[in-house]
Design a protein around this ligand. Structure first.
Ligand code: KG4
Ligand code: ZN
Length: 341
């Protein structure tokens, strides 16, 4: 039997410090140290994020290796997020990966965070189970920093066919939540309150944007004016209508996303559709996509919750596919805050 390929993945692009171990495409561990410190500031504070990564990185990697039940000298390569993300945060993961690999004399593999979100669909569980999409497929990648439609032709062959021209979908959730007085990150809270609300209680305008691109800044402004007007009339408006407001905001964001992914499917004639990124954890979006299986005969792919928000397993699986192509990088590599898919 050939030697197993074991990849250690490192992710530190925003406010989650994560390490994961993948053996021959199967997950052995996926450890995430989330940073609570940002909640009180209503958003991620870059300087605090990099300091927290610095504190977390060694214990998180230790835990990932221990949980995987492997020895360090069994690791074939270290995959790390090169970008896009916060530069100070990325630097911690990149520097750690380089020194760790140098000490073990093993190769390093740079990974694009957005490709990682997409390839999370190919992670197999320990028993070998999974739900990998067929190529080619379209992926709607929706996170706190990005909103993209990507045509995925093969494991490492991506074409960006649409993206946001202003805010990301996750930002639309988080900024709306902030207007309602909810803590950061507000996306999961809007999702929670929306479950008890009426999605048609309030309506917000849908932006007109050309092609397959998105825009969310107009929605944010229209929610702001709506809240200002309503709370002037009734200072208790938010408390009394929280579920309906959340359901209506969520409904509007999902409508914007679904309209464009439907258009993309029609134009490309690709009906294998995946979602990825933090917002793909949203229960409303997951439900709407599943409904398209019946109404439009799409084949849809929804990642398990643990692989939606930032995690190193998605970096390790991307590293695994790059390992086969011998796509290693040199020790001279640097982090990049902006990086195209
Ligand atoms: O992919 P991710 O963890 O980090 C980035 O790469 O940005 O995405 C984080 C985003 C945040 O905006 C967060 O509010 C959003 O994903 N999010 C959600 C849900 N869970 C996370 N948005 C809506 N509903 C959720 N259940
Ligand atoms: Zn992400």
């Amino acid at each position: 039997m050939s030697k197993p390929i074991i990849i250690l993945g490192i992710e530190s692009s925003c406010d989650d410090t994560s390490a994961a171990v993948i053996q021959d495409g199967k997950i052995l561990s996926n450890t995430i140290g989330s940073q609570k410190i940002h909640q009180q500031y209503g958003g991620v504070v870059p300087e605090l994020a990099s300091r927290a990564h610095q504190q977390n990185i060694i214990p998180v990697v230790h835990q990932a290796i221990n949980e995987a039940g492997i020895y360090k000298n069994q690791i074939s390569a270290v995959a790390f997020t090169r970008g896009p993300g916060l530069l100070g945060s990325l630097l911690v993961g990149v520097s750690f990966a380089k020194s760790f690999a140098l000490a073990l004399d093993i190769p390093i593999i740079d990974v694009n965070h957005m490709q990682g979100h997409i390839l999370a669909h190919f992670i197999k569980e320990k028993d070998g189970s999974g739900n990998p999409p067929n190529f080619p497929f379209l992926c709607l990648t929706v996170s706190g920093g990005h909103t993209q439609i990507v045509r995925v032709k093969d494991y490492l062959n991506f074409e960006l066919i649409g993206e946001t021209i202003d805010d990301a979908a996750g930002e639309a959730f988080d900024k709306s939540a902030k207007l309602l007085g909810l803590p950061y990150p507000g996306g999961p809270l809007i999702d929670k309150y929306a479950k008890d609300g009426n999605p048609n209680a309030f309506t917000f305008g849908i932006p007109k944007v050309d092609g397959l691109n998105f825009s969310f800044s107009g929605l944010k402004t229209s929610i702001l004016y709506f809240i200002q007007k309503k709370t002037k009339e009734n200072p208790q408006f938010i408390e009394e209508n929280l579920a309906d407001i959340c359901a209506s905001i969520q409904h509007s964001i999902i409508n914007i996303l679904m309209k464009k992914i439907e258009k993309a499917a029609k134009e490309t004639q690709i009906y294998d559709i995946a979602i990825a990124g933090g917002v793909s954890a949203n229960s409303g979006l997951r439900m709407r996509l599943t409904e398209m299986e019946q109404s439009h005969q799409w084949k849809t792919y929804i990642p398990p919750f643990s692989y939606c928000t930032d995690n190193a397993a998605m970096i390790a699986i991307t590293g695994y596919y790059k390992y086969f192509n011998k796509e290693f990088c040199s020790q001279e590599i640097t982090a990049k805050a902006r990086l195209n898919i």
